[in-house]
Design a protein around this ligand. Structure first.
Ligand SMILES: CC(C)=CCC/C(C)=C/CC/C(C)=C/COP(=O)(O)OP(=O)(O)O
Length: 271
């Protein structure tokens, strides 16, 4: 097997191990999009694992994220990156240690966009680590959800445009990301509370966050209307359907949806 093929296979393997939500939709994409979106997911997940790490001090996270953000702005210097993460090698996951590999999986015509989006996300995450994720206003919630999810939407829209000139609305793409992220916030609220983090603006209760999620997921439906390519449409439909179903389950007091329900939704969307 050629080196390129081998790397692609490894990327899909790591993707399967890291993403419950996106492994299936990415697998259903045609080869060029599959490589691109897998690479983009893994690059962003690489830095997300730094932001979320339980054993790394905030100052160190900021340094790691800001330095990675700078490295992504130039031709990626893998020697510098290895030096940067070397002290944390034993505690960081494979997806983070192999950032250079994921960049190499990405097709040449779009890799700069993926690096740029990941760089902006890393700098935004570093700022939120500094602020200790202290969200007081809805503007701050919007800012946080923009960096960690809205930007993914923007990047995906850029990928669709590059791939076959599919034009989608940037604000709706951001809302799509925010919708998915706010469902996760609701799902993880207790767990986050236990580690001392809350994404609820002051004076907000759970119902307000439900409303925020519902509004953004409605805008995600609008986003879908611009997509004609069936392959891209299918990719977007799966996380959206899972988020809608999860939101409904949470409203009914359940913790999350079952593996069976996930399978049912995927089967329904792909039939
Ligand atoms: C235009 C468009 C499609 C916009 C959507 C943008 C997008 C994919 C944002 C990601 C947001 C998010 C909450 C990811 C983690 O979800 P998770 O915890 O469910 O995923 P995981 O299983 O990969 O951890």
């Amino acid at each position: 097997m050629s080196e390129v093929k081998k790397l692609h296979k490894e990327a899909m393997h790591v993707l399967k191990l890291t993403s419950r939500t996106f492994y299936i939709p990415i697998s259903l994409l045609e080869p060029t999009l599959k490589k691109t979106v897998a690479s983009a997911y893994l690059c962003m997940r690489a830095i997300d694992e730094i932001e979320d790490h339980e054993m790394i001090e905030p100052e160190e996270k900021q340094h790691l994220l800001n330095s990675t953000s700078l490295l992504l702005k130039k031709e990626f210097d893998v020697v510098e990156y290895r030096k940067l993460i070397q002290p944390y090698e034993s505690i960081l996951p494979e997806v983070t240690l192999r950032l250079d590999d994921w960049i190499n999986v990405c097709p040449e015509g779009i890799v700069d966009k993926v690096k740029e989006s990941t760089s902006i996300m890393a700098a935004g995450m570093a700022d939120w680590v500094e602020k200790d994720w202290l969200i007081k206003t809805v503007e701050e919630l919007d800012d946080y959800t923009y960096y960690v999810a809205g930007l993914v939407g923007v990047m995906l829209s850029d990928i669709w445009k590059w791939y076959d000139n599919t034009e989608t609305d940037q604000d709706l793409a951001i809302a799509f990301g925010r919708g998915l992220q706010s469902v996760n916030i609701l799902r993880n609220q207790q767990e986050d509370y236990e580690r001392g983090v809350s994404f609820m603006p002051e004076n907000w209760n759970r119902d307000d966050m439900f409303q925020y999620a519902t509004n953004n997921l409605k805008l995600a439906d609008e986003y879908m209307k611009d997509i004609k390519n069936r392959n891209i449409k299918l990719f977007c439909k799966i996380p959206l359907a899972l988020a809608n179903k999860t939101l409904k389950a949470l409203k009914n007091g359940r913790e999350k949806i079952s593996r069976n329900e996930v399978e049912e939704i995927v089967a329904q969307v792909t039939k």
